[in-house]
Design a protein around this ligand. Structure first.
Ligand code: PRP
Ligand code: URA
Length: 206
């Protein structure tokens, strides 16, 4: 299943990302904000655990998200601000890392580094802002699946119809929550209208 956000605030924020006047600092902060909104959509029915807390009027039984069952995995580099944003909401969530790079000529992605905690019985939020050909996400999902997670949910900011469909076809059991699906993939495998290279925009390297 994939779910494109219908939230007008999310659309507003995505359009700020497209604007070339948006500085790299604002770009990262905007990605953080979008990520927190789509994470809350994705986790709206996530398992909770009872806790007894002390409030200003004494002890109270409350339900809290079971963060022990969650692992956040950004695909670096562009996924980093997504992790930073979600950790502001769920600071005790475990995180793992996948560093991947798409070859500019062939658009094939390659994993350069990984550090993934035990995923048995966990739900993974796989974080990558861009789904262009879908190749990076598919490689990332394959890598995580070999660790037997209970479930993988992808959080993405922009996708092409081609890339989203390809990921869904490859992994029908993986849900995707995406802020916006744009018109198309261009001849250089960039999303149009898109926002350019998300990693370069975020880290000022273009
Ligand atoms: C970008 C983006 C995705 C990937 C999407 O990363 O962040 O990971 O490309 O393209 P695909 O769907 O065709 O695989 P890139 O490899 O440029 O690395 P970066 O995050 O370091 O910029
Ligand atoms: N990666 C990006 O950052 N942007 C695109 O449009 C495609 C791949």
């Amino acid at each position: 299943m994939y779910k494109e956000s219908t939230n007008v605030v999310v659309k507003h924020l995505v359009n700020r990302l497209r604007d070339v006047r948006t500085t790299s600092n604002e770009f990262r902060l905007t990605i953080e904000e979008i990520s927190r909104i789509i994470a809350s959509e994705a986790l709206s029915d996530f398992e909770t655990v009872s806790q007894n807390i002390n409030t200003w009027q004494g002890p109270l039984d409350v339900e809290m998200i079971e963060v022990q069952k969650l692992v956040l995995v950004p695909i670096l580099r562009a996924g980093e601000p997504m992790l930073t944003g979600i950790l502001k909401t769920l600071p005790y969530a475990r995180s793992g890392f996948l560093a991947m790079k798409r070859d500019e000529e062939t658009s094939q992605s390659k994993i350069f580094y990984e550090n993934i905690p035990n995923l048995e019985g966990k739900t993974v939020l796989l974080l990558d802002p861009m789904v262009a050909t879908g190749g990076s996400l598919i490689d990332g999902i394959e890598h995580l699946k070999s660790r037997n997670p209970k479930r993988i949910i992808c959080l993405n900011v922009l996708g092409s119809p081609y890339g989203v469909e390809k990921v869904q076809k490859a992994f029908p059991d993986v849900d995707m929550y995406i802020a916006q699906i744009d018109e198309r993939l261009d001849e250089n495998n960039y999303i149009r209208p898109g926002l350019g290279d998300a990693g370069d925009r975020a880290f000022n390297t273009y």
